[in-house]
Design a protein around this ligand. Sequence first.
Ligand SMILES: [Zn+2]
Length: 271
Amino acid sequence: MRNADKTNYYWPVVDGQLWLPDGQPATEAPQGSHACFRMDLPETDNDYRHWICLSEKPLPLAPEHWLNLRDLMGSSTPDVWYWAGRALQIEHWWRRHRFCSACGSTLPEPAPERLTHGEMVRVCSSCQIHYYPVQTPCIIVLVTRGDYCLLALHQRSRTGTYTTLAGFVEAGERIEQTVVREVDEEVGVKIKNLRYADSQSWPFPSQLMLGFYAEYEAGSIEPQLEEITEAHWYHYRQLPKIPPRGTIARQLIDGFISEREAASHKSGERE
Ligand SMILES: [Zn+2]
């Protein structure tokens, strides 16, 4: 229910594109939306309401304000990034769940009021299977060796950026197993002393990145060439082109630099 005491923000999303005039959500509901429902959690008592507006057809909105989430990376506030990411993941779920994957029935559309006040779920009316928006867990890890860290140029990189290693959690795996396996697979290096750092929702389209540090234990770098063009140890003061701010990869690298700077400062004090 729209509430006059609250500030209402509207996030129109059509086919993976978000309408965001001047980098801020609209404060008026767009005309012609197919479904418009609240996406902030109903039980929280906030000063705002965030609404996602979905449509099968183009909406009559100024065309220059449609953008991809990648356009926002590094330039938006954490708040805008969060809501934009949430809106795009919800739209992705909505668009990809038109039919039941068990029995093939068309999934009925829940009433927007139900989505707003109840669970965000589409239910098959034939076999009762529930379809929720799902996040896919992935690990991302910075392997360190004293003042050096391991950065890789990925085959898919179009910007020549050297970054951390990452990969999807396989069925049945614990997160820690995934980290060890991915590092071994991608660069042939054994690691130890895993340390969880932070997480980041990565809505491309729906990953949850779990960020770790790990220390080098053994082995020499042998990149898996299907995925990685090259990988090297880099001194924290002589890094190649690294990912932009706003990414968890950059956060891990920046955290490592700070740690090494602090350690260097301490050893300087002792001398
Ligand atoms: Zn079904």
